[in-house]
Ligand binder design. Structure first.
Ligand code: ADP
Ligand code: ADP
Length: 229
């Protein structure tokens, strides 16, 4: 299972200003759909609606045909894993932060997920960076490192549905390719919604949807969209 469908979704944070103006698309179970578009198009808003950070203004979002506004947030959140743009970490070890994705996971599984996300070397550290408070175990993480913690957490959780929001945007090019490989592995066979700025990062998506000013401008495979310019 895990087919996600947006059916004429309209959304406004503020009634005066409609952000998403009737969006319809489907992510078939196990497939990857990428939403691409300029800043402010409404891409992140789409992903927040699927995760139910906000409720749709009209229209509906379904998972396997079931309206998500009618399922509990807990069950929705156990089915969906999200790698957000900005990750907020707990003031505890990196291991603890990764395990949060699946508390019953074994130590070995947690370490394996950390390895896949290229952070196996600092899992015992505390991410808050206040050396004065925690001594040598304190580590100040970069945005990219925080994102890798979120990726490890998602790898461990292995949910049927994944939302990757600018998943590699905060990473440097060297680690980006390795992370991309890890994400490709974890998204294989899972229903995946990728939010991206550039077509070049979503070549393998089954469908790419170009969003502009809250409307779908174009859709197709990477090849289709490149041909259209
Ligand atoms: P490009 O499409 O060439 O990446 P953009 O203007 O979309 O150009 O983005 C430039 C940089 O700024 C990228 O690294 C992108 O990730 C980042 N960026 C742009 N808009 C946002 C946004 N709304 N949220 C987070 N990062 C953004
Ligand atoms: P994208 O991810 O494509 O850059 P967003 O979904 O982040 O676009 O934003 C779409 C529009 O919604 C933007 O005009 C942005 O300013 C607005 N917006 C985003 N988040 C909020 C919020 N929490 N409250 C009000 N407006 C918001």
């Amino acid at each position: 299972g895990g087919t996600v469908a947006f059916d004429n979704v309209v959304f406004a944070y503020d009634p005066e200003r409609v952000i998403l103006k009737g969006i319809s698309f489907e992510v078939p179970a196990g497939k990857t759909v990428a939403i691409v578009g300029p800043s402010g198009a409404g891409k992140s808003t789409l992903s927040r609606l699927l995760f139910r950070f906000y409720e749709v203004t009209s229209g509906r979002i379904t998972v396997d045909g079931q309206d998500i506004s009618k399922v509990t947030q807990a069950s929705l959140r156990s089915a969906i894993g999200m790698v957000p743009q900005d990750t907020v970490l707990f003031n505890d070890t990196i291991l603890y932060n990764i395990r949060y994705g699946r508390p019953e996971a074994s130590d070995e599984e947690v370490r394996e997920a950390a390895q896949m996300a290229q952070i196996g070397h600092f899992v015992e550290m505390l991410p808050m960076g206040f050396k004065a408070m925690v001594g040598e175990r304190g580590l100040k993480l970069s945005g990219g490192e925080k994102q890798r913690v979120a990726i490890a957490r998602t790898i461990l959780k292995a949910p049927p549905i994944l939302i990757l929001d600018e998943a590699t945007s905060a990473l440097d090019t060297n680690t980006e390719r390795e992370i991309q490989a890890a994400l490709d592995r974890v998204s294989r066979g899972r229903t995946t919604l990728v939010i991206a700025h550039r077509l070049s990062t979503v070549i393998n998506a089954d469908e790419i949807i170009v969003l502009e000013k809250g409307e779908i401008r174009e859709r197709g495979t990477h090849g289709d969209l490149i041909l259209q310019g």
